[in-house]
Write a protein that binds this ligand. Structure first.
Ligand code: IPD
Length: 281
């Protein structure tokens, strides 16, 4: 299957694969639109001049494109989209969509923004796609079948996150919320983390951060604040790459806290974070 981000050579056949293929073609179409229609002179000023800024317009247009395409072939499905595209459905399938994860990167022309699409069946994510169009990278996963990176040139790699990395040698991705109060506390949490790890990265997209854990480009990730649409697809990708994703004290990953890493490091990172109170604002 040919997409803007590459040729998909992963597993195929069956229902979950139909969902995965639809997610792949749809994420490819949205990524192409977001690149082609991004105004050449898009600048920060655009976001201050009107209540509905250019980036918001692109976000909304991409979400409409995604929902329209999926609905055209699956009219009975439900949707949850960052831009408000929530709709109930009768099929048991719900699509969880972030049309641009990493909107600030998109605004500044930085490469790490993604289209994230996950398909959930009866409450469980079974297929996930994170397309990073500017890098020509497409991350895919189907439940129980592994995670793949498909490059623009069509080359495909089965993903495996790093395992057994000790905390002090771990490269850890994180992110910060939009409110000043939350950021102030996130900075305090970072004071407790930074001296204990190899280093910190702030790439600007939670979906890309989770794919970076899956590829081993970073060893772990934690953040307070990412929503379901930021982590649904990336969460499946990281699990299928052998990693863990969750919240504090056995809770599932949520807007309160998302931690992800390979085996061994996950527990160490979790235990480092708990006394730092990272769920507070
Ligand atoms: C944001 C990005 C960012 C993370 C924020 C998210 P958005 O999503 O994923 O990396 O730090 O918590 O809200 O707003 O660009 O879709």
């Amino acid at each position: 299957m040919s997409t803007r981000t590459g040729t998909y050579d992963g597993p195929s056949g069956g229902d979950v694969h139909d969902l995965l293929e639809l997610a792949i073609t749809t994420a490819g179409a949205a990524g192409t639109m977001l690149i082609d229609k991004r105004p050449a002179d898009l600048q920060v000023a655009h976001t201050k001049s009107s209540p509905t800024d250019v980036v918001t317009e692109m976000d909304q247009a991409a979400e409409r494109l995604i929902i329209d395409r999926i609905r055209a072939s699956r009219p009975a499905d439900a949707f949850l989209g960052e831009e408000g595209g929530a709709a109930a459905g009768a099929s048991g399938v719900r699509w969880i969509i972030d049309p641009i994860d990493g909107t600030v990167n998109y605004l500044y022309g930085l490469p790490d923004w993604a289209v994230s699409i996950a398909a959930e069946v009866d409450g469980e994510v079974v297929a996930g796609v994170v397309a990073v169009p500017t890098r020509g990278e497409l991350y895919t996963a189907a439940r129980g079948e592994g995670a793949y990176l498909v490059r623009r040139d069509g080359s495909t790699e089965k993903l495996q996150c790093n395992a057994g990395v000790p905390l002090e040698r771990a490269l850890i991705a994180t992110g910060f919320g939009y409110s000043a109060q939350r950021r102030a506390h996130q900075a305090e949490v970072l004071l407790g983390v930074l001296p204990r790890v190899r280093d910190i990265r702030r790439a600007g997209s939670a979906a890309v951060d989770l794919c970076s854990v899956a590829t081993g480009r970073v060893d772990g990730y934690f953040e307070r604040g990412p929503h379901e649409w930021d982590i649904a697809a990336g969460g499946l990708i990281v699990r299928e790459a052998g990693g863990a994703i969750g919240g504090l004290n056995g809770r599932p990953a949520s807007v309160e806290m998302t931690i992800s890493a390979g085996p061994g490091l996950y527990e160490e990172l979790h235990d480092l974070l708990v006394p730092l109170g990272p769920e507070r604002d």
